[in-house]
Design a protein around this ligand. Structure first.
Ligand code: PNS
Length: 172
């Protein structure tokens, strides 16, 4: 970056689905950086509930009131996406020491793949430090009220998926 103020930060994730902890980080990042690019990517270690198109639609709907946030998707490597986007920063949220252990190899690998790209971290707000997409899906399976944890677009998509599962038509 050579002393130039960063103009954009990439906030990557699988967002399966986006939840209020993600949104908190996106809003906070939008107050620090001129532009936040939310990148919807594939996590090969996780079976995804929603297609990339659905995840994009849900994320777009959920951030539409934030003027300096845009949403993109990539089927490839995060490091390549960040280089192509012209940004030099990846932002990830940290809820716990376990998150740091998960993030460290990814940050080191991304820096090796794209020298000059740095990963920076924001601590999750305490009231979202327990929240994960995995937890949201577990609650959803048991029909819990998710309105405190996910934005309306995610809640609607989860409800739609549950109805399809109940009707014997798995997945959207
Ligand atoms: O929200 P997640 O599932 O923790 O996000 C993980 C994600 C999507 C950022 C990571 O799996 C990723 O970067 N996927 C894109 C492919 C890639 O670049 N993999 C190598 C990462 S070092």
């Amino acid at each position: 970056m050579d002393g130039v103020a960063p103009s954009a930060v990439v906030f990557p994730g699988s967002f399966d689905p986006i939840h209020n902890g993600h949104l908190d980080l996106i809003e906070r990042a939008g107050r620090v950086f001129p532009q936040v690019i939310v990148a919807v990517l594939k996590n090969v270690s996780k079976a995804q509930w929603f297609s990339v198109e659905d995840r994009m639609r849900i994320v777009r709907e959920s951030v539409k009131s934030l003027p300096n946030v845009r949403v993109e998707q990539s089927a490839g490597l995060l490091a390549e996406f960040v280089e192509q986007s012209g940004a030099h920063l990846i932002l990830r949220g940290i809820r716990s020491g376990a998150d740091l252990d998960y993030e460290r190899p990814m940050a080191i690998t991304n820096q090796a793949l794209a020298p000059g790209v740095e990963t920076i971290f924001l601590l999750a707000s305490p009231h979202f430090a327990h929240l994960s997409a995995t937890l949201v899906k577990e609650l959803a399976v048991f029909g819990a009220d998710l309105s405190r944890w996910v934005p309306p677009a995610a809640q609607a998509a989860i409800a739609r998926r549950s109805r399809q599962e109940n009707d014997g038509h798995p997945r959207e």
